[in-house]
Every structure is written in structure tokens, then in C-alpha cells.
Unconditional design. Sequence first.
Length: 320
Amino acid sequence: MIMTRGFLILILFLVSGCIHIDLLPGGGKLNEATLSGEGEDKVLLIDISGMLTTGKSSGILKEPSLPARIKEELTIAEKDEHVKAIVLRINTPGGSVTASDLVYHELKVFKKKRSLPVIASIMDLGTSGGYYIAMAADQILAHPSTITGSIGVIMVTMNAEGLLEKVGVQPAAIVSGPKKAMGSPFRPMNDEERAIFQGAIDHLYEQFLAVVEEGRPGLSKEHIRTLADGRIFTADIAKDQGLVDDIGYLDEALDLAKKEAKLEAAKVVTYTRGGGTQQNIYSRFDPPQIEPIRFPQIDTQSLFNVLTGGTPQMLYMWMP
């Protein structure tokens, strides 16, 4: 009886706003966490992992979207005079065209405001949109087991007409014009509609090529096009073809960042939100989890929507 009464009193305090308890980590502002090293100068490690999307995470923590988080981290770094270099830890198969371009854009804007060395360190995957983002870096290191490349655009849709006929479902769409429902999964795509989609994909492909051309000034346009047919590359081939500068581990990328910033000593820091604790440079911190970095997580809900009749999406993504 006493415990029940005490529990009711606690609930009343919480409801009235007298007490605030953050039951879940992940809320609130970003805080700096030191991963290694010492001194006043800092090398900021930024994590870019999982499927690139402009949506918020679908997990219970409801983390902000990737572009929003990256902008938030870069805003903090811009104001911190002790941040002398940045390392991008990239581990992603890519994702939406817009999310890839937004992250790339924010990095380019930051570099105009702060003339700092930016090093990209590609882990398991740095394909398509992941490689697109790496073009904002001054140098790119690939892990010995990295898969990268897949330069290009893909649009995924489906034709479920036959399936619907089998189950006796007949969809109907009322449209304002004959092209309004183009890409619908409920009927085949005709040649004219396919040509329209191809035109959009070609435009986004040229945008990708222009970004690679700017990011890899040592490569000719012709050579870039020969590499940009969607194929993937292992780290050694990517280096031979000029897509990355060197092969190395994450700690070597951090050492390179210090060297480029002319730092004898510096601490490696990251920004974390809420209750996660970061022990080393391989700890995963977006979203906060205890386990070390794993193969890039795919936003399965977004992928499911694409593959089951949702709106067709233009993707900078490796999707075998």
C-alpha cells in the first residue's frame, strides 16, 4: 500500500512537470567526447554510416536525420578554434540523391569557412552516395578490405499488375494528365515514360560525374566516365585507378589529419548525444550503441517502400 501510494505521488510529480527524467539516451544537445590522445588541439571524427536518407531514424531514439546531424556537428566545429582537422569515417552503401548531396554541400560550405584538412576514411563500404560524400575530402584513405565506387544512379520500381490480377484487385487512379501516374507499380511503364525517367537519371548522373571531377582533379573526364558505369572496386584497384589516394586503417587516417594540420599532439574527439559512452575510435555513435561498428545498417523500411510500390526514388546507392 505504501509502495503504491509512493508510486502515485511520483507519477503526479512527473505529470506536473516538477521532475524531468530523461529515460532514454539520445535526447538533448551534442556533447564532446574524447576518444584518444591529449592536448588542446583536436581532430574531429565524424561518423557517416548506414543508408543515407533525409528522414529521421526509425528507432526508438528518434535521432535527427543524417544531414541535420552533420550540419549540427559542423556548426559546433566551426565555432571551436581548437578543432584543427576532420576525419570522415564513411561506412555506407549510399542512399538518396538529396541526402548524399546535402551532406556533401555542408562539408564544402564548412571548408570555405574553416580552412581545415578533411580526410575521408572508408571502412566496409563507401559506394555511390558514400563515395559522393568522400569527394568533399582533401584526401581519401580506403581500408584494405573496402569496397567503393558504384558511381551512378539507380531508380527502383516494380510492376505488380500480374499479382493484383491473381488476387482480384483492380487499382484505379484519377489523374490530371497522362504522365501523372508514371512509375505506378500497378501497370507497365511505356517507352515514353521510361525515356522521361531516363532523362532525370542522366541529369543526376552528370551531377555525380561533375562532383567526382572536382574531387579528383588528377583524373580526366574520359577516365572518370570509364570508371563510372556502376561497377564496384576493391581498395587496391580503387587506388590504382585514382579513386582513392591510399590504403590505410582509421588510425592512419587520423595520423594523416594531424600531419596535414601540422599538429605534434592532438586529441581525437567526437560529438555524442545523451547517454552513450565512447571508448575508442571504432565505437559506434550514430545512433548511440554499445557494440562496435558493424556492416552498414540499411533503412529496411525505406527500402521496403521502394520495392513494394512506394514512390520511385532516385538513388546514389549500390543496390545489387
